[in-house]
Structure formats: C-alpha cells, structure tokens
Design a protein around this ligand. Structure first.
Ligand SMILES: *Cc1c(COP(=O)(O)O)cnc(C)c1O
Length: 217
C-alpha cells in the first residue's frame, strides 16, 4: 500500500477532534510529500539533524513536531521553526528552550514527558516533578515557552489492559496538573500499535509512524 492509501484507510475511523501527527523519521522526503499532498500538515521527527535537513527542503507550511529525546545543546538548531516539542523531560531543558526561543523572538509550545511505563528505557519525569515545574512561580520567568500539556509512552507489550492503565495514569496526571495550571490542554499519547486505546483514554494528539509510512529498517 502507498502512503496516501495508508493515510486514507487510517482516517476512516479517526476522530476529527484528535490531531494526527505523521511520524516520518527515517523516511524520505518523497514519502512526506505524498502525505502532504493528501492534506497532512503535522509531521513528527526524532532526530535534530534529520529534522533540520527536512525542514530546509520541504514546504514551509509543514508543522514540525519534535518527538524525540532533545539534548540541551541541540535546541538552537530547531528553535527557529519547530512547532511543538513533545518530550521535555527537565526544567533545565525547558530553560534552554526559553533562551533559544527568546533569541528568535518566538514563543515555543512544549509538552512535558511523564514517565508512565515500567521500563527503565522510557524517559520522562515523575508526576511530582511535573507539578513543580508547572507551578506558577517556576514558569513565570519563562516568557518564551508555553507548556500546553503532557506526553507519554506506554510499555512495549501486547497486554492491552496494562497499556490502558498507563494511559489512564497519564490522563489523571494531566487532570491534576490542569487544576494548578489552566493553560494545559493537550495529551500526546498513542502510536501505531496503541492509538485506539489512547484515544479512548483522552488523547488529544497521537503520533503514528509505521501505519502510515510502513516499517522502518
Ligand atoms: C517512532 C515514534 C512514534 C511512532 O511509532 P510507530 O509505532 O511507528 O507509530 C511515536 N512516538 C515516538 C516518541 C516515537 O519515537
């Protein structure tokens, strides 16, 4: 199946109010353009160098989501154009994003990544760290970032109930955070294998790669 056919199939049962982010890491520009031609505008990338190359050579109205682990020393490369940074996992990183956004006279929207899986490998902060960061007095100094929600990744497992439980946890952390900070509106959760569960549990955006572009080698 082609990229455009995959997208069409995916969209048959896709809820209108959820933002679909097409994850295009390791995929060539021609595949991204094929999705673009169908009207897709939100794309997700994991690696800074790859994202910069693609943003330089693809249509300027693409909204680029940075969904990978971001190192502080690389923020400067994506600060001029990135639409949303999903996986902010420390206050230190948030401060650097603020610094770079200021230099480009922008406000960069960010999500804070919460650790919900039971694997050591999946990064993210604890709910307690999240509540501290989003408290007024910590964010007040950062005028060039806007924290608009949370992001999480479930454990890699076939156990659907386990995945659902983890998404429920993320949703609950989001709701508690919202009581402290009314700017929070977004929950980024769900990938090719688990996006339907994520949507049932309240995702406002999902990040889907292989279902659209095929498996990655
Ligand atoms: C690669 C990736 C995705 C997409 O994964 P698929 O299983 O191919 O849909 C989503 N989120 C993150 C953070 C990723 O790294």
């Amino acid at each position: 199946m082609s990229v455009s056919e995959n997208l069409k199939t995916l969209k048959v049962n896709f809820p209108e109010q959820v933002l679909l982010i097409a994850v295009s890491k390791f995929k060539p520009n021609e595949d991204i353009l094929e999705a673009y031609e169908t009207g897709q505008r939100d794309f997700g990338e994991n690696y800074v160098q790859e994202l910069v190359l693609k943003s330089d050579t693809l249509p300027v109205d693409i909204k680029w989501h940075f969904i990978g682990h971001l190192q502080s020393n690389k923020v400067k490369y994506i600060a001029p154009f990135v639409h949303l940074i999903h996986a902010v996992d420390s206050f230190k990183l948030l401060k650097e994003i603020n610094r770079q956004a200021l230099m480009h006279n922008r406000v960069i929207e960010c999500l804070l990544q919460i650790h919900i899986a039971d694997e050591e490998t999946k990064s993210g902060m604890t709910p307690e760290d999240f509540y501290t960061i989003i408290s007024d007095h910590n964010l007040r100094g950062l005028k060039n970032v806007r924290v608009i929600g949370v992001m999480g990744m479930s454990t890699f497992t076939d156990d659907k109930e386990k995945i659902r439980k983890e998404f429920k946890t993320l949703r609950a952390v989001f709701e508690s955070g919202k009581e402290k900070n009314s700017q929070l509106t977004e929950i980024s959760m769900g990938m090719s294998g688990d996006w339907k569960i994520a949507v049932e549990e309240g995702a406002t955006m999902v990040r889907i790669g292989s279902t659209i572009f095929g498996s990655r080698s």
